[in-house]
Write a protein that binds this ligand. Structure first.
Ligand code: ATP
Length: 252
């Protein structure tokens, strides 16, 4: 296992999570290992039910794992109580969901400001983010008056307001048309290339995964295989590599 340093944004070591419902038991995560480097863009692919969202939620500290370690920027999340975990998450992780999860009663700008924990330079940070995401002109609109792509831009701005080193996104383009989805992927790529953030995206889509540096393939709660994209922006190549990976042995 690579050594954990505070500079390693994300280290997942032998993580297991089991759900029990009635008499049935689901091993949603079954010994997952994953390290995400600074300035790396990782896509997590896999069939429905393979454990992708559970893994992302474990990385975000949104669920407790049964065993194994989730270490974010040198901090083992299991060592934090609820309040400390919430504060740590706000400062160190940005999280984006398929459904945007904006507060309907607040304007776009108010949604972006909402998670800010310190007021230092807040106006400047909001301005820069709205500008960076091309949303300055739409700042006074409520979510209902924004397109899906605009809502996702605001959700990304909100996720970045505390300047986290890591952005986690669960199917961020799942509700968008392909042109808007590509714009969001380019934006995420820019956060890696221009700002050296680490980005982890859960996706079913090769045309989303192709923007990553590395694709991790999940199957039955394990990280079955992984491959580097080597800068190809060809979804067919990614789809072929993904299919080949499903025939591969587990990475452990
Ligand atoms: N809260 C829960 N309670 C019970 N079972 C759960 C819960 N969350 C996830 N599971 C189960 O764990 C397994 C993995 O689910 P998960 O949502 O991580 O898969 P996924 O790969 O993200 O699927 P999809 O692509 O359909 O979103 C599935 O069998 C799912 O039914």
């Amino acid at each position: 296992m690579p050594s954990i340093t505070s500079a390693t944004p994300l280290q997942i070591d032998q993580v297991c999570k089991t759900y029990c419902q009635g008499t049935s038991t689901v091993h949603a995560l079954d010994g997952v290992n994953l390290t995400v480097q600074p300035g790396e863009f990782v896509a997590i692919m896999g069939a429905s039910g393979s454990g992708k969202s559970t893994l992302l939620h474990a990385m975000a500290g949104l669920i407790q794992v049964d065993s194994g370690q989730v270490v974010v920027s040198g901090q083992d999340l299991s060592q934090l109580g609820d309040v400390a975990l919430t504060k740590f998450r706000q400062k160190n992780l940005g999280i984006v969901f398929q459904a945007y999860n904006l507060i309907p009663a607040l304007t776009a700008e108010e949604n972006v400001r909402l998670p800010a924990t310190d007021s230092g330079n807040l106006d400047d940070r909001v301005e820069r983010l709205l500008d960076r995401l091309g949303m300055s002109e739409r700042r006074s609109h409520r979510p209902m008056a924004l397109s899906g792509g605009e809502q996702q831009r605001i959700a990304i701005a909100r996720a970045l307001i505390c300047d986290p080193a890591i952005l986690l996104a669960d199917e961020p383009t799942g509700s968008l048309d392909s042109v808007t989805g590509t714009q969001i992927c380019q934006l995420l790529r820019g956060l890696v290339d221009e700002e050296q953030r680490s980005v982890v995206v859960v996706t079913h889509e090769p045309h989303v995964a192709m923007w990553a540096d590395r694709v991790v393939v999940m199957k039955d709660g394990t990280n079955l295989a992984e491959f580097e994209t080597l800068g190809t922006r060809d979804p067919q190549i990614i789809a072929n590599r993904y299919q080949e990976s499903l025939g591969a042995e587990a990475v452990h």
